[in-house]
Design a protein around this ligand. Structure first.
Ligand code: KG4
Ligand code: ZN
Length: 352
């Protein structure tokens, strides 16, 4: 079997979803066979945030049933797998360790290569399964509960440069925090999205790191904590005055501020680097305000916008199998079997 023909098993456990997927590579082209996901998000809801120990145990319990379900659905035997890809980081150490242990056991048991890969790059790589081969050079905006990163991608398996990132809260994290202060259930992101569609953007909230003085050092970095504080102050002032909070309008104004900064900086980076394709990935790319503004601004700027369907934007195994398949197609060497997970794995490191 050559690297142009492979069956890659992808395992993802960096946060609260246990993802197991199979990508078949035939004649150098990757195709998703199955993407099985088990989530422990409901177990964390009452705590208002992910509890790593709870997530680790849930991964342990879900791993084998999810693997069996993936193999059954694809009609594939475990022995047909030719390579195993696993999230090596970034993410929560306990959850990452459960996935890595499972992947190592499979690699040893089956005698197949193990590839530890970067979760955030996986959020970009999955788009190849949906929209076909990547152009030679493109920009990627990865936005999730843990990351807001702008990446210049020359080769998804070997050459990724970080242009900017959030200096404080990630976009999804800011939504979840504002959700909490508006009294919405955890995670607040999707609730704010829904409410924002009912409201009007009537409040002008600040756009972080967009002032002229920030351009030299932070042209492509993001900051959402000032925005979050501005929303909190605005809401507190109304509450102190005994006024009712127009929650849909606050949500719409806040969501617009986030989408505005993300898209303005991203399009400026596309222009600056002469790139005409943008991929948006990560759980927060489900956000409708971001999707709408990105579509409008990319169309205006002549940039091709690629956003995978929502089920591939939240954490899943397909993203890891997709990146694993890119690594296998390039013929890169496997990771050592004693690979250590790295909770803060740098985004410029695609593989271990
Ligand atoms: O990528 P993901 O599933 O997990 C991480 O790796 O972080 O992203 C989840 C994040 C959460 O913060 C969630 O509130 C946010 O993405 N999110 C949304 C929407 N859907 C998910 N935020 C705003 N609007 C949405 N529609
Ligand atoms: Zn993620």
């Amino acid at each position: 079997m050559t690297d142009r023909d492979a069956l890659v098993l992808g395992i993802e456990t960096s946060c609260d979803e246990t993802g197991v997927a199979l990508v078949r590579v035939a004649d150098g082209r990757p195709e998703l066979l199955v993407d099985a996901v088990a989530s422990s998000v409901d177990e964390h809801a009452r705590f208002g945030g992910i509890i790593p120990e709870v997530a680790s145990r849930a991964h342990l319990e879900a791993m084998l049933p999810t693997l069996d379900r993936a193999l059954d659905t694809a009609g594939v035997a475990l022995d047909d797998v030719t390579a195993i890809a696993v999230t090596a980081g970034p993410g929560l150490v306990g959850p990452l360790t459960v996935g890595a242990a499972a992947a190592k056991a499979l690699a040893v048991g089956l005698g197949r290569p193990l590839h530890g890969v970067n979760h955030v790059i996986g959020h970009v790589a999955v788009d190849e399964l949906v929209h076909g081969p990547f152009p030679e050079r493109f920009l990627a905006l990865v936005v999730s509960g843990g990351h807001s990163s702008l990446l210049l991608v020359n080769d998804i398996a070997t050459d990724v440069t970080e242009l900017g990132q959030t200096l404080d809260d990630a976009a999804g994290e800011a939504f979840d925090k504002v959700g909490r202060l508006l009294g919405l259930p955890y995670p607040g992101g999707p609730h704010i999205d829904r409410l924002a569609r009912e409201g009007r953007s009537t409040i002008r909230f600040p756009r972080g790191l967009t002032a002229a003085k920030d351009q030299a050092a932070h042209a492509y970095d993001f900051s959402f904590s000032g925005l979050k504080t501005a929303v909190a102050r605005w809401v507190e002032a109304r509450q102190d005055a005994g006024e009712e909070i127009p929650v849909p309008d606050v949500a719409a104004s806040f969501a617009e501020a986030v989408a505005d900064v993300l898209t303005a900086k991203t399009i400026a980076a596309c222009r600056r680097h002469g790139v005409d394709t943008l991929v948006i990935g990560g759980g927060f790319s489900a956000n409708s305000q971001l999707r709408e503004m990105a579509a409008a601004r990319c169309a205006e700027a002549g940039i091709t916008l690629r956003i995978p369907p929502i089920r591939f934007c939240t954490d899943n195994g397909a993203m890891i199998a997709a990146l694993g398949s890119a690594v296998v197609r390039r013929g890169l060497p496997p990771s050592p079997l004693d690979l250590a997970v790295d909770s803060s794995m740098p985004l410029t490191r695609v593989t271990v």
